[in-house]
Design a protein around this ligand. Structure first.
Ligand code: ZN
Length: 86
């Protein structure tokens, strides 16, 4: 298991205020991937990539309503170094 997610979060938190004028001087409290998850059985991190899905539902009144939901697609490989998540 690679350490890319943790390393990138730390790097962004520590280096963004130094290297990017838009964030100059800010003290970033946290930087984290919103799709990161922890596998309870293996205690290893992985990454879920959000995917929005939409579908139509016809109510009893006959009116069509668009429903939306966001689901996570679990990455099998690290998007940064290519190592397979176990
Ligand atoms: Zn990686």
């Amino acid at each position: 298991m690679c350490k890319c997610l943790k390393e990138i979060e730390e790097k962004v938190k520590n280096e963004l205020p130094i290297n990017n004028s838009e964030y100059k001087g800010l003290e970033i409290k946290r930087a984290y991937f919103t799709g990161k998850y922890l596998d309870c059985e293996t205690s290893k991190n992985g990454l879920g990539i959000p995917l929005k899905i939409e579908w139509d539902v016809i109510h009893k009144s006959g009116k069509e309503v668009c429903k939306k939901k966001e689901i996570d697609m679990i990455a099998k490989y690290c998007p940064f170094c290519g190592v397979k998540y176990e």
